[in-house]
Design a protein around this ligand. Structure first.
Ligand SMILES: Nc1nc2c(ncn2[C@@H]2O[C@H](COP(=O)(O)OP(=O)(O)OP(=O)(O)O)[C@@H](O)[C@H]2O)c(=O)[nH]1
Ligand SMILES: [Mg+2]
Length: 653
């Protein structure tokens, strides 16, 4: 039974690796038996990529100095034997810092200069341009060098008030939140906009991404962080200090980042840190415990959550305990309780989502492949009857039979035109779908929203402007849904016709459901409105700000549209591939029959041999069918997967 987060993450990793391996073996086996058509291959490839590259992001969010970076050090990096992420009194982490692993990139720290905020691109777009980031190579075997390089995330620089305004750190309309000026009238701002750390830490290698955020003072935070990066994290850890209690600014951060999606409350953890500040030599352990419980209860009631959802720890003592291998201090720090909650909550959920996607994908693939095997079996059975009918017949009858098959074949080839017509209707409808969810349409919607938000005195109209845009986006998805339904019924009709005409066994796969994407849109809209309602709407008066916000929105919406399109594409590919596969099997069938008859004709007495040969092939097909079930059953059983259970037998006959 795994207890720490690290162990649970490791287990998820082995589970995923085993899945990827099984998918690969299944693909190879299918290829060897000519069962791998284009759609099946694509489905397998997507599942494999999903299972291999699946990322889990854990974001740490809190007011400055609550111990975010220290907690990251304690939970993830204690193995280095020292503090890796800078953690110190006062404001330390100045820019959002993401830690992950990309094997294509050497171990390094990449920093995006703050001045990029003056340019229109969203953060997501900057990620595509690694050459614009400042890169510092990291020596992962040297914890000292590693920690020294990471100090960069605390760097600041001084700018004029005007520059600060342009960068989004100074708002003339909201003087009480502005930073203090130094004696020369300059403002201190972060030097970097975002930091990416790439290291081959075992957890990061398995797809964990950690997001450390700077204490978010109301003014300087990047809107994209609030409306895009944090909402997309699989888990958010919100930290409070036992020494400070819940302050007003803690509460505003809680409102801005953590209560946007009540349906997803198990994906957030509330941590009361620094409980060691309550350990004092003059009170008994019982008194201390009581005090901690009281603090937990107070915290819970202010945040409006059950006290059981607040975890009290000491990150710093936890780190010290791990580094000095002090088991009793570790227990006292309660860090293992937090790790366990992180592990259970995130890993369990992740595994379920992945397992269900896998099970569904493989079940469909199994059905499609099973159909192809069945066609082969049926064709073979018919041929056997045909051949057996030739027993004892003279060569005229045989010649006659050959002519009949050749005629059938020619007729089948003539039918190709009809199939072509089906294809072109299918493609035309798909074009409409692509147009509705394509980049051009989205760009136009975003332009309208930008303009609406920029209109002066619109403060009250913000909700309406968003409402209209999202209404339109939802309408697009609804229309895509009905177009898909139209494609489905058209395919169903023609497939039925083709089935009766050519005795195919085509079955149109059901169209994908757009509901999930509409729910995504709702969540995105809610996070934007929540963000703007919390006293951020006045910033919209600044065109740069409105522009940045809309750009961040656009990148997020693009991914929603792209995933919807990808599903539709795969679906229609699967339908087309089914038709292709059956046509191909039929053509092969014709040539096999003709070839059999020619051979019989040439060598008298070859008939019995052919019959035996065909009978053997029937046995082979039965085995193929069994093997397919065997190779897929483990993958299909992943639905609602519980704990990881190692299995044996990865061998393929
Ligand atoms: N006593 C005590 N101090 C802690 C604990 N956790 C963190 N600290 C200290 O609190 C200070 C701030 O910790 P950081 O990890 O830098 O806090 P942060 O939330 O990352 O702050 P910013 O980066 O400024 O946003 C550091 O001096 C830590 O050593 C704890 O559990 N107990
Ligand atoms: Mg920090």
């Amino acid at each position: 039974m795994a207890t720490t987060f690290n162990e649970q993450f490791d287990e998820l990793g082995s589970w995923r690796r085993e899945f990827a391996l099984r998918l690969k073996l299944l693909g190879e086996w299918m290829k060897d038996h000519e069962l791998l058509d284009a759609a099946v291959e694509e489905r397998l490839r997507r599942l494999e990529t999903q299972v291999r590259s699946d990322k889990v992001m854990v974001a740490f969010v809190a007011e400055f100095s609550r111990g975010k970076s220290e907690m990251i050090n304690a939970v993830f990096f204690a193995g280095y034997g020292r503090r890796i992420m800078p953690a110190s009194a006062g404001r330390t982490t100045m820019c959002p810092t993401e830690m992950g692993y990309d094997p294509e990139v050497p171990p390094c720290l990449r920093l995006l200069p703050i001045e990029t905020r003056l340019e229109p691109q969203a953060l997501m777009e900057w990620r595509q341009a690694p050459e614009k980031w400042v890169r510092i190579d990291l020596d992962v075997n040297n914890p000292h060098q590693l920690a020294a390089s990471l100090e960069k995330v605390s760097e600041v620089r001084k700018v004029t008030q005007e520059e600060a305004r342009a960068l989004g750190f100074w708002h003339p309309d909201n003087p009480q939140d502005n930073p203090v000026l130094d004696d020369k009238g300059m403002v201190e701002v972060p030097k970097w906009r975002h930091a990416l750390i790439n290291i081959a830490h075992p957890l990061l290698k398995q797809g964990l991404v950690i997001l450390d955020t700077p204490g978010l003072n109301a003014i300087g935070a990047e809107p994209e962080l609030t409306v895009s990066l944090i909402p997309q994290a699989q888990a958010v850890v919100f930290i409070l200090g036992a020494d400070t209690g819940v302050t007003k600014s803690d509460l505003s951060i809680w409102r801005e980042h953590l209560i946007t999606d009540p349906a997803n409350s198990d994906a957030r953890l509330v941590v009361l840190n620094k409980i060691d500040t309550l350990w004092d030599a003059l009170s008994t352990p019982q008194q201390q415990q009581q005090q901690i419980e009281r603090q937990k209860a107070d915290t819970a009631s202010i945040l409006g959550i059950p006290p059981s959802q607040v975890i009290a720890v000491s990150a710093q003592k936890g780190l010290v305990a791990k580094v000095t291998k002090d088991a009793s201090l570790l227990e006292q720090s309660c860090l293992p309780v937090l790790e366990n909650a992180l592990g259970r909550g995130i890993m369990g959920k992740r595994q379920r989502i992945l397992g269900n996607a896998m099970a569904q994908g493989i079940a469909e693939l199994r059905a499609e492949t099973g159909r192809v095997i069945n066609i082969r079996k049926r064709d073979l059975a018919e041929q056997l009857i045909e051949l057996k009918g030739l027993q004892g017949k003279n060569s005229t009858v045989i010649k006659h039979m050959r002519a009949r098959i050749a005629e059938e074949q020619a007729e089948f080839d003539r039918g190709g035109a009809k199939i072509h017509a089906v294809r072109s209707v299918h493609l035309r409808l798909l074009r409409d779908v692509f147009e509705l969810l394509g980049p051009k349409r989205l760009k136009a919607e975003m332009k309208q929203l930008s303009e609406a938000l920029l209109q002066k005195g619109l403060k009250l109209g913000v909700k309406k402007a968003y409402g209209q845009t999202f209404e339109q986006l939802r309408a697009n998805l609804t229309q895509v849904q009905s177009l898909s339904a139209e494609i489905f019924s058209m395919l169903g009709g023609t497939f039925k016709q083709l089935n009766s005409e050519y005795s195919f066994s085509l079955q149109a796969p059901p169209e994908p459901q757009m509901g999930r994407f509409i729910t995504d849109l709702d969540a995105i809209e809610a996070s934007h409105l929540q963000y703007l309602s919390l006293g951020n709407a006045f910033k919209l008066a600044q065109p740069e700000f409105a522009d940045r916000l809309v750009r961040a929105l656009a990148t997020r919406l693009r991914t929603v549209n792209e995933s919807a399109l990808a599903e539709i594409e795969l679906w229609s590919k699967a339908a087309a591939a089914q038709l292709d596969a059956q046509m191909r099997e039929r053509r092969k069938n014709f040539s096999r029959r003709i070839e059999a008859i020619d051979r019989i004709h040439q060598a008298a007495g070859g008939l019995e041999e052919r019959i035996t040969e065909f009978e053997q092939q029937e046995v082979v097909l039965d085995q193929l069918e069994l093997k397919l079930v065997e190779l897929t059953s483990y993958l299909v059983a992943a639905r609602d997967a519980g704990d990881y259970e190692p299995t044996v037998d990865l061998q393929i006959a």
